[in-house]
Design a binder for this molecule. Structure first.
Ligand SMILES: Cc1cc2nc3c(=O)[nH]c(=O)nc-3n(C[C@H](O)[C@H](O)[C@H](O)COP(=O)(O)OP(=O)(O)OC[C@H]3O[C@@H](n4cnc5c(N)ncnc54)[C@H](O)[C@@H]3O)c2cc1C
Length: 477
């Protein structure tokens, strides 16, 4: 089954090199270097080209990169082209299924998606470094002057679609609609496009010019982008239904969860997006005010947004940064490499610790956090071990700033009802397999449908919605 030459055994797996922690904590520049030509060429030799389509459906033994990828990207095919030195063909193949491969190559949790499915991930040598090769080949192609397909060569059709929200789901939907020759108007309430790619995920994970570059191309291809435009009233939507042939909703899951602890409304207690957005504005607008400078910061939570918050706090010159998480390191839900990065940057972790109460001064400013120790109990019905608080285990952590990074919920906008858009019990928009809502001219995807999830699943939803809309118009790509 496995390539006879077994290059993957001879060539050591390499991941992108990273900047030294001391160097990287003083700025918001990317943590990792991109693969060089040599690195990409060599690492691409490790792919054994599993006969994916032939073997798909076999039980258990093989998962494969393509089935691990929510976009089902043609990974072995473009790796093969990189190996042959045919960057143009690799670029075409990579962009055929993915609306922004160089972005997803940076932000996807590859270890649990494509690289988790890689056949040789199960050998002692480890998976092919798919994400890094994906970024390399696309950046190479851009350097060669290649531009992604936004329907530049296609005759325009007489159809017009409104995309509400410019996050990955909206970007993806717009990309595939443009490829079909459809006119696209995109509405975004923020001052910059990109959703959480722009104002959530920090610049040290994905450079913002990489995201804005895609918008530049989409606008050159004819997409109208309306920034600072909040679409939140039934009248606006009703007018849109008249004006457009279809509407795509990609509003995300914007409601940040609280910790339900005493004094949570004190000064100095922030929701994670307040901090990340502030930090991101600094990168764009080059100002240096830091609300965290010289502060003792505690971040509550153990997922990716908590790791983004601790690493951002370090860069915003906090005096100390602690992460409080109620389970242990092995149970942290986010990317392991981000935990390692945070530790290298001086973040202190308090595991098996649950927040109980914010200690405040007379002016209601936070000056500490009362916590309780926890322990793992018996498994619940899902198999996950329950969490028990240990009695009389209270202790205090001194701090001036507390950041809540406990996840996000959907918001059920009143106009959903007026537009006959059905929602689930968490305020999530209900769609069918074609991403169509209960209003047949309205489609939806991304976090607004799934709850807080991933950029790549949002991209997959946007693509599926666009293909359904094109199908309604009688257009095939
Ligand atoms: C801090 C953080 C870090 C993350 N890190 C990663 C990561 O490393 N990798 C990964 O894969 N995923 C990550 N995610 C998750 C990922 O960013 C989201 O799953 C993804 O962005 C969802 O895409 P979306 O298009 O559904 O929504 P969003 O990205 O939330 O975009 C929604 C857009 O709609 C706009 N909008 C909302 N309401 C309106 C309105 N009424 N009118 C007009 N516009 C409106 C918003 O301003 C926003 O721009 C992270 C999330 C967070 C919060």
């Amino acid at each position: 089954m496995i390539n006879k030459k077994k290059e993957y055994l001879k060539i050591k797996k390499e991941t992108p090199r990273k900047r030294d922690a001391k160097e990287r904590v003083v700025d918001f520049n990317p943590t990792y270097y991109l693969f060089s030509k040599d690195e990409a060429d060599t690492q691409s030799l490790r792919c054994i080209k599993c006969p994916v389509d032939h073997l798909k459906g076999l039980d258990g033994e093989f998962d494969f990169c393509r089935t691990g990828c929510p976009l089902s990207n043609k990974i072995p095919l473009w790796i093969e082209e990189v190996r042959k030195g045919n960057i143009k063909r690799a670029f075409e193949l990579s962009n055929e299924t993915s609306p922004f491969p160089e972005i997803l190559g940076m932000v996807c949790p590859h270890d649990i998606l494509c690289q988790g499915g890689c056949t040789i991930a199960k050998t002692e040598t480890g998976s092919v470094t798919i994400g890094a090769i994906e970024v390399y080949l696309n950046e190479q192609a851009f350097k060669m002057g290649l531009i992604p397909d936004y329907g530049q060569q296609r005759k325009k059709v007489n159809k017009k679609v409104a995309v509400i929200g410019s996050g990955p789901s909206g970007m993806s939907c717009a990309t595939f609609l443009l490829r079909g020759g459809v006119e696209v108007d995109m509405f975004e309430k923020s001052d910059r496009p990109g959703g959480l790619l722009t104002y959530g995920i920090p610049n040290f994970k994905i450079k913002k010019d990489v995201i804005l570059r895609r918008f530049g191309w989409m606008q050159e291809a004819g997409m109208n982008l309306f920034l600072n435009t909040n679409i939140d009233k039934s009248e606006q939507l009703k007018q849109m239904i008249e004006e457009y042939d279809a509407i795509f909703i990609g509003l995300g899951a914007p409601s940040s969860r609280g910790a339900r602890m005493k004094n949570e409304d004190a000064h100095g207690v922030y929701h994670v997006m307040d901090i990340l957005k502030h930090a991101q504005k600094r990168v764009f607008e080059d100002f240096y005010e830091s609300i965290l400078e010289n502060k003792h910061v505690v971040v509550i939570g153990g997922g990716d947004s908590a790791m983004d918050a601790v690493r951002t706090s370090v860069r915003m010159k906090a005096k100390s940064v602690r992460c409080v998480y109620r389970r242990d390191e092995a149970n942290m839900p986010g990317s392991k490499k981000e935990v390692i990065n945070a530790k290298e940057e001086g973040v202190i972790f308090e595991f098996y610790t649950a927040p109980k109460e914010v200690i405040i001064d007379k002016g209601r400013h936070a000056k500490g956090l009362i916590c309780q120790k926890t322990e793992l109990g018996e498994p619940d019905s899902s198999g996950r071990r329950k969490l028990n608080v240990i009695e009389n285990s209270d202790f205090e952590i001194e701090c001036d700033v507390i950041i809540l990074a406990l996840g996000f919920d959907n918001v059920e906008f009143p106009w959903y009802d007026d537009m006959q858009i059905n929602t689930g019990k968490w305020g999530d928009i209900i769609v069918d397999k074609n991403k169509r809502t209960s209003n047949k001219r309205v489609f939806a995807g991304g976090d607004a449908v799934r709850g807080a999830d991933l950029a790549v699943t949002a991209a997959a939803d946007g693509r599926e919605a666009a293909l359904s809309i094109l199908n309604d118009f009688g257009i095939t790509l």
